[in-house]
Design a binder for this molecule. Structure first.
Ligand code: DO4
Ligand code: MG
Length: 275
């Protein structure tokens, strides 16, 4: 089942059937004691909604904080070690890749998150900016993973590479995160064969494309979620981005007007233009 947040309310889609969700409050849905059963009962007992096609799909977020895990793929470890070499920070990335404790960092509040079709941003003081396509977990206030969405952890590689202590500035700024188009409501892990694909279009052509699979993700999503909820409560629940396994070549940087399309098949495609 897929759960959509739109400008005219929330909708659930199951197979070809789309129904309006009577609960208008997104946070209440995230906190629901049995969301799959609640949504299933709506699909079984409601008339299909005729107005979904004209509804504006918004980021699937209410008051949740967005957090992110880092260096969870070998490709990310490699790229960070190279970019931080001159700053002497390279070996931290190798150490966190192999440590029990994952890297977790704060990424965004809802106001800094772009929904599908909304602009994402690159920093004006960055010279080297990339998107990071990431499977993103939705976790309820009780620490249970209730679904997932597509995420883009926009990042300034030169700022992070200059000094690892600049990570918050490289990662957290207005329009630095995109989520959507929906929540795939599932407590099950997606299969390891699940592909994450990205395509960056520029001036009518494809400037970069890449893909990876969840088989390359070194950490178990449930363990990442458990670390996030250690010693920290999330009364509205939280999103957790699970890290990137796709890094464009070092001579690539995003430009204004680029269109970023990230697809994780069972969820959908998240598309944003760089403002
Ligand atoms: O360590 C810095 C950030 C890593 C990250 O965002 C990722 O691996 O996806
Ligand atoms: Mg990332």
């Amino acid at each position: 089942m897929k759960l959509y947040r739109t400008g005219s309310g929330n909708y659930v889609k199951d197979g070809g059937r789309i129904c309006r969700v009577p609960e208008p409050n997104w946070d209440a849905l995230v906190a629901h004691e049995d969301l799959p059963a609640y949504l299933g009962s709506i699909v079984a007992s409601s008339e299909p909604a005729g107005d979904f096609a004209s509804a504006r799909i918004e980021a699937p977020i209410g008051s949740q904080e967005v957090w992110a895990a880092g260096v969870t793929y070998y490709r990310s470890r490699d790229a960070r070690m190279a970019e931080a070499k001159d700053a002497g920070g390279g070996n931290f990335y190798d150490r966190v890749y192999t440590a029990d404790r994952p890297e977790l960092f704060f990424k965004a509040t809802a106001g800094r998150v772009a929904g599908p079709g909304r602009p994402v941003r690159i920093r004006g003081d960055a010279k080297w900016s990339v998107p990071e396509p990431e499977l993103t977990l939705l976790i309820n206030p009780r620490g249970e993973i209730i679904g997932c969405t597509v995420g883009n952890d926009m990042s300034s590689r030169d700022i992070e590479g200059e000094n690892p202590l600049y990570l918050p500035q490289a990662k957290v700024y207005d329009g630095s995160c995109a989520l959507g188009p929906c929540i795939l409501v599932t407590g099950e892990l997606l299969p390891r064969s699940t592909q994450i694909q990205i395509e960056i279009a520029r001036a009518g052509g494809v400037e970069f494309s890449g893909s990876t699979t969840l088989a390359e993700l070194k950490r178990d999503p449930a363990t990442l979620a458990a670390y996030l909820f250690r010693e920290m409560s999330f009364p509205a629940g939280a999103f957790l981005m699970t890290g990137t396994g796709i890094v464009p070549p070092d001579d690539f940087t995003l430009a204004h007007g680029d269109r970023i399309r990230i697809t994780i098949d069972p969820i959908g495609t998240l598309e944003n233009e760089v403002f």
